[in-house]
Design a protein around this ligand. Structure first.
Ligand code: C2E
Ligand code: SIN
Ligand code: SIN
Ligand code: FE
Ligand code: FE
Length: 501
């Protein structure tokens, strides 16, 4: 596969530059290139943001190090390889410290193609990892918001308290100070301001017909609506325009209670800020939780229903993450659900208490959530992993621990995500626990996870037959797996083939 690359060469000898290009072409690059030999031309060429820079160590009126310094001053993140006839080790290390990607000796120029490829690969890998980490952080932040909200709401019984607490937390979550919850009146076709913060408090007794203005539009359409600036949005009614300050944009999200629409969450941010798609996604989850909480107070208020509806909304969120992970790792579709059902069943058979089962359920669903922190290049790699890649892949139980441990709700569910790759004989990871040191639910889970993994296609190999997979489990009894659990597993497997659910 040819890779197109725009190359800038800092070099005074035209033949040398030609030679570099030739080496890159031999490596399979489709090169568009330009040669410069002065600072002025270099700066001009930089404006076109080349993909890669190769620079000779010394030129009559310029030098590779000077070019590197200019590049760093401009804070441009362009890979840079220094080439020299006789670079001393110290000079080479100095260049790397200053941010060169690599250096090459002229008499070793055959390495050039590979060095460029390696530099590009490791950059791509780094970027992907950064993206995966940012993703993980964002999801974690979302989880924290939802968790804080669900715990604080659980103990509040009166609708006003709930709405106030909820709005406070929503505003904190998206870091703004103006927002409102509009609810539909039971007996009238009107939405009223049930709770408000910031400039919305000035709207006081304002009501909106359920098809009027932006709030009514969102309610009617039953879809999130994002608004660049309220007062310039032609959906805003003339009456609302009088009470809405300029300089605010925002997002509106419908709120449901069971299947019924009940209102609109309305949040404003000062320009030029906008509410991002990611924030809207979070707000949709929050609005869902809000709907359930409102439903609970208005219908079950006197029953003091102890927040089971909230817990189940929360479990839906957890399932959502497992699905998000599976979407990334396409081949493992349904894996979490299958192994979870079987794990809970086996745990029950082994006499694990009812109240622990819910944690086992959550832990099993989330067992590989730490793979969120593993970049695509590794997670989806078709072949086997090299040492460095394994090192990162082996961190997924630790990533899961770091992610879930701060969350009270999920702390008791940690055993499976953290310990599912420990082995009975002590040769597993991350801690090398042995025998009974490994929590029972993790010993149970490990067998089911491996069985399901082996009988499914993976990016790195096709599925094994059921017979081969069972042979493997038997063979590993006492090594990878707890022999007692293996025996029970073999008894139950015919009753419950995870492949068929
Ligand atoms: P996974 O694919 O969900 O596999 C879970 C566990 O099932 C593995 O844990 C291993 O104990 C077992 N297993 C899966 N496939 C095989 C297999 O072909 N042969 C044998 N003997 N056992 C298998 P392990 O080894 O700690 O791997 C953890 C994760 O690392 C895997 O989760 C997968 O995401 C990744 N991985 C493992 N090997 C490779 C590989 O060769 N290439 C790539 N791209 N990823 C790999
Ligand atoms: C040079 O820097 O002049 C030589 C590099 C090469 O031959 O590829
Ligand atoms: C609306 O009236 O639709 C929006 C009210 C507001 O946010 O000012
Ligand atoms: Fe795993
Ligand atoms: Fe797994």
């Amino acid at each position: 596969m040819e890779q197109y690359i725009r190359l800038l060469i800092v070099e005074d000898v035209p033949d040398d530059a030609e030679l570099m290009v030739m080496h890159l072409e031999e490596e399979g690059f489709n090169v568009e290139w330009q040669r410069v030999q002065t600072e002025e031309d270099f700066l001009k060429a930089m404006e076109e943001k080349p993909d890669f820079i190769l620079a000779d160590w010394s030129l009559p009126n310029f030098s590779g190090l000077r070019a590197l310094t200019l590049l760093k001053e401009k804070h441009l993140d362009i890979p840079f390889i220094l080439i020299s006839g006789s670079i001393g080790e110290e000079a080479a290390i100095d260049a790397l410290h200053r941010g060169a990607s690599d250096y090459i000796l002229k008499d070793r120029s055959k390495r050039l193609g590979q060095a460029v490829r390696r530099t590009l690969d490791s950059r791509r890998y780094r970027k992907e990892k950064e993206r995966a980490e940012a993703d993980l952080k964002r999801r974690l932040a979302e989880l924290e918001v939802l968790y804080r909200m669900s715990t604080s709401l659980r103990y509040l019984e009166n609708l006003n308290e709930i709405l106030t607490a909820m709005l406070d937390q929503i505003l904190a979550a998206i870091d703004t100070d103006a927002g409102a919850i509009w609810l539909k009146k039971h007996d009238q076709d009107e939405l009223y301001l049930a709770s408000s913060q910031g400039w919305y408090t000035g709207l006081d007794n304002f009501t909106i017909k359920s098809d009027d203005s932006i709030v009514g539009y969102t309610y009617n359409k039953d879809q999130p609506y994002s608004c660049a600036e309220y007062v310039r949005d032609n959906k805003l009614s003339a009456r609302a325009l009088k009470v809405t300050p300029p300089g605010w944009g925002g997002a509106l999200i419908p709120i449901h209670s069971h299947k019924e629409k009940i209102g609109v969450l309305d949040l404003a941010v000062p320009l030029p800020r906008i509410i991002t798609d990611e924030e809207i996604r979070l707000l949709v989850s929050i609005a869902e939780m809000a709907g359930i909480a409102i439903h609970r107070t208005s219908i079950f208020e006197e029953l003091q229903a102890a927040g089971t509806a909230l817990a189940s909304a929360y479990d839906e969120t957890i399932k959502g993450w497992a699905t998000a992970l599976e979407l990334r790792d396409k081949e493992t579709e349904g894996h979490s659900e299958r192994v979870t059902a079987f794990t809970v069943k086996m745990a029950k058979e082994m006499g694990i208490s009812e109240e622990k089962l819910i944690h086992i359920y959550r832990g099993a669903i989330l067992h590989d959530i730490g793979k969120m922190g593993v970049p695509d290049t590794i997670l989806l790699k078709p072949g086997s992993l090299d040492d460095r890649e394994w090192e990162i892949m082996r961190k997924h139980p630790q990533y899961a621990y770091d992610m879930l441990d701060p969350i009270d709700y999920l702390k008791p569910a940690l055993n499976i995500p953290y310990c599912h790759h420990e082995k009975f004989d002590g040769t597993g990871y991350p801690r090398g626990l042995k025998g009974d040191e490994i929590p029972l639910e993790a010993r149970i889970f490990a067998i089911i996870d491996v069985f399901d993994a082996l009988t499914s296609d993976r990016p790195y190999r096709l599925a094994w037959s059921r017979k081969d997979a069972l042979e493997h489990i038997k063979k590993e009894s006492g090594r990878h797996f707890d022999p007692q659990v293996v025996t029970l597993f073999l008894d139950l497997i015919d009753e419950f083939d995870p492949q068929e659910t």
